[in-house]
Design a protein around this ligand. Structure first.
Ligand code: AMP
Ligand code: ZN
Length: 468
């Protein structure tokens, strides 16, 4: 078991990963709010979790992965004001709130499946854990952390000595973003439980010791992580937007209830951006996995693209970058598939044996260093270009793919020997197309066909298949 280093938002530095009860690892991911289509920005964050899980498995840890589905209580503003996103979407689309939640949860998982993101061991919905949330609020009430307003039950953040430490102390918690609403004692106090409005009937509301109400957004994650992973667990992940409010409040709730620091390592993913801004519904700059497919891309090209960047750096999405990723992925799959067809191993020199070990070590060191998949991919390409035996190249590629998850072993495209003269014609045709000379390019396409190959234009470049 090699050392793994993870950047921990709590300590603001890379730390050696040591779980509470090795080899077991408890991991909780904040899941989607299922009121609208999941977009490829979401996918970047969940590919991150998937790589982390694979990496832990690769290093012989046993991960129990829990993810919630927010199907109630997430308001349009982080400041406990505005409408419930699910109820609003239901009203707009003329569906029930439960139908909306179910539909978008299914769309979310269809998207994650398309990117080979493994499903969590436990998926838990907020609406199915109302009793656990009420029990936790009761505990907080007993411990003296709550107060009641006309609007609901609030958490008194002044009662905690270290409130806001995840976001870097008082300055980091963006008090400006928190609106003062009637009866709130401090700007950073937040709703645990919201009373149903008197003038409007909600679809999602429950009886409770405090009257008919619904949960605030943060309480579900404390209640469900505690139920499935215990009062303290190893890893909690989310997007960077969760640091200042959602995760800060989760820590407050769990600590207020148990007196313990709930999470050892906090992992936060940077955004997928468009033109330097977060890809998000509110900015109307989102693309879904279906949009990507409709444009002729393989969704796995998105996964490759995400792996080329460090997860703590923002990544600017462009269709051009996806084209490059698709072309690289196709090249990688074709090369690995060709290696898989090699004859069984014969003998191997000492020098090459050492090189094989070197590549393996270099890869593990890269990905174990805070999930540096970009360097991991660079090691993959370097290894494929090297002079080690093909059988070892194949074995290493499949081993590296346990972490990268590109399904390299499953690619079964026929490997065809393309005559050099055909390759030359295709390259010439590509250049003519790039120069806008489509007439001459088409003449070359016919020539290629005469030689027994069909050339197609894909977002990743020319694709050549033998004529049947
Ligand atoms: P939401 O459904 O908005 O609660 O988001 C679900 C998860 O996706 C959260 O962890 C967000 O931080 C994350 N997320 C949302 N938009 C993006 C984006 N553009 N890039 C990366 N992660 C995102
Ligand atoms: Zn959460």
């Amino acid at each position: 078991m090699a050392d793994i280093y993870l950047y921990n938002t709590l300590g603001r530095k890379k730390e050696l990963f040591v779980p509470l009860d090795p080899p077991h690892v408890g991991m909780y991911s904040c899941g989607p709010t299922v009121y609208d289509y999941a977009h490829i920005g979401h996918m970047r964050r969940y590919v991150g979790d998937d790589v982390l899980k694979r990496l832990l498995g690769f290093n012989s840890f046993q991960v129990k992965h829990v993810m919630n589905i927010t199907d109630v209580g997430h308001l349009t503003s982080d400041a406990d004001t505005g409408e419930d996103k699910i109820e609003k979407s239901a009203a707009e689309k003329g569906k029930s709130a439960f139908e909306i939640a179910k539909f978008f949860e299914e769309q979310f998982f269809a998207s994650t499946d398309a990117l080979n993101i493994g499903r969590p061991n436990i998926v838990c919905r907020a609406t199915e854990h109302i009793n656990e949330q009420i029990a936790l609020i009761k505990k907080l009430e007993e411990n003296g952390y709550t107060y009641i307003t006309d609007d609901g039950i609030y958490f008194d953040t002044s009662k905690l000595k270290d409130y806001g430490r995840l976001a870097g102390g008082k300055e980091g918690i963006r008090p400006g973003a928190r609106v003062d609403i009637a009866g709130k004692k401090h700007p950073t106090d937040f709703a645990l439980w919201k009373f149903s409005p008197k003038d409007k009937k909600r679809q999602m509301e429950w009886d409770s010791p405090w009257g008919v109400a619904f949960p605030g957004w943060h309480i579900e994650c404390s209640a469900m992580s505690m139920k499935y992973l215990g009062e303290t667990f190893d890893i909690h992940s989310g997007g960077v937007d969760h640091i200042a409010v959602h995760h800060t409040n989760e820590i407050a709730q769990s600590e207020g209830a148990t007196g313990k620091d709930p999470v050892k390592y906090w992992v936060h993913y940077e955004f997928l951006q468009v033109d330097g801004q977060k890809m998000s519904k509110s900015l109307k700059n989102t693309y879904t996995v279906d949009d990507v497919k409709k444009k002729g891309f393989d969704p796995m090209a998105l996964r490759y693209l995400f792996l080329t960047a460090y997860y703590r750096d923002p990544l600017n999405f462009t269709w051009k970058s996806l084209e490059a990723a698709q072309s690289a992925l196709e090249k990688l799959r074709t090369q690995v598939a060709a290696l898989g067809k090699q004859q069984p191993r014969t003998t191997i020199s000492q020098e090459k044996n050492e090189k094989v070990d070197e590549y393996r070590d270099k890869f593990i060191k890269s990905v174990n260093d805070d999930m540096n998949t970009a360097t991991g991919l660079a090691v993959m390409w370097e290894m494929l270009k090297s002079n080690i035996p093909s059988e070892d190249k194949y074995d290493l590629a499949i081993t590296f793919d346990e972490v990268l998850g590109l399904k390299l072993g499953e690619y079964t495209a026929p490997i065809v020997n393309i005559p050099q003269e055909v390759e030359k014609l295709v390259a010439k045709r590509e250049n003519l197309r790039k120069a806008g000379d489509y007439r001459d390019a088409d003449k070359l396409r016919i020539k290629v066909e005469e030689k027994g190959f069909i050339v197609e234009d894909t977002p990743g470049g020319s694709r050549l298949t033998p004529k049947r």
